[in-house]
Design a binder for this molecule. Sequence first.
Ligand code: ADP
Ligand code: MG
Length: 481
Amino acid sequence: MISLDTGIENVRPNTKKIWHDCLKLIKKKIPAITFNTWFAPINPIKHENDILLLELPSLLFLEWVTGRYSSVITSSVEEVLGSKTKIEYVTMDEKFQDDLFTSALRTQTEKADAEKKERTLEIELKKENGIKKNEPTVLSNLNPKYTFENFIKGEGNQLARAAAGAISDNPGGTSFNPFFIYGGVGLGKTHLIQAIGNKIKNDDPKKRVIYVSSDRFTVEFVESIQANKANDFSNFYRSMDVLIIDDVQFLTGKEKTQDLFFHIFNALHQSGRQIILSSDKPPKDLKGMDDRLISRFNWGLNADIQPPDLETRIAILTKKSKDYGMDISQDILEFIATNIKSNIRELEGCLIKILADASLTSKEISIELAKKTVREISTSKKVDISIELITKIVCEHFNVDVNKVREKTRKKEAVEARQVAMYLSKELTNSSLKTIGLHFGGRDHSTVIHSVNTISELLPTSKLFKEKVDYIKNKIELTCS
Ligand code: ADP
Ligand code: MG
């Protein structure tokens, strides 16, 4: 039996009490297994202005809960708070995706306001290096769920895990600087590099640690230029003790951002601060990355993460099922681990789906259920990627307005982007030609076939074009994984 109070200690008593009352009502309306699975892990964050904000562990969770139980939640919340209340959801992952630089600016500005001191941010930032005492805490953007404790060691991640441990004990003080970790999707890169950050921050909360994806870094850099704050942006990152940048492969081709990163890298490295990077491939394969950066990536330690072997996959499933409070027999875990091989994220996804099915039908978790779910996962891999998402990412890379691709315009750039988007929609989703055509301004299926053929023929003839399409494809898959 779970306690209703789990994990909601830090919230205002009022919100906690409200949610507690809601849970009591919800509990009466659904089977116990459903309740334990889907409602125990929900945390109330706040209740303000008729909005009740609830936090869920992950997007998958959010989709399941809101997809199946939103009426149960709404009716129970209404009973407790009245019908005016709106329920909003946030996932743990989202909560830690705040706009780092801007929030840092905000914190600093608010502080300055409060003290009624009219100092510019630049002076603040300079002062900070000398005066550590009054320093505002930096939002690290680390997700506390990524720790060393819940990272399972295995052959595939041995070196990376060992190096990560050494770095977290002595950031900037080992020869592993930078620490460059690479490997395929869903193998634990983000988990491991954030675990380093969490450990360092835990050991010494004063340490300035920041985690940022390379995309976020790029966007914020561009915004800082537009706001005439590029210097502040650079100084902010230069003031870190530990800089963690995830998925640096997305910096390829972005010269200005690379140039800025190069200078930040040098400043940090020279003063013995720790740099931690992740990528989907080793430095030498990062086409479109400045040679100066590639050579620096090789200064410290490169460690790859390989897909987990069977024993590790079983260990991971055992640990995760315990975390979810599930009681699954060893046979079933072994069955899943034998059949889902490539990716730890997929292993987790499978477990959650099984849990979902079992709780929906109030059935025991059986080997039949496991088989069915594994089958679904292996055949439905393509379903999650939407045509909208493909169109959006393609347009970003072709620098074309999404609407132009959907309209009937014949402008060269729009035509090319449209054809690539159609091609990738065919490749990455299970949508019919008709559906794909509908998404692109109601074109008929022969137009889609023509586009798909055009791109298929073009790909083998141009290396550059192929690289671009591969890059976009990789990005779409990464966004959806
Ligand atoms: P990547 O960044 O390489 O794409 P992630 O770090 O996001 O992969 O990992 C995907 C999921 O798998 C995460 O939920 C993570 O916690 C989990 N995971 C990955 N490796 C391990 C591991 N060795 N032990 C436990 N969980 C893991
Ligand atoms: Mg990652």
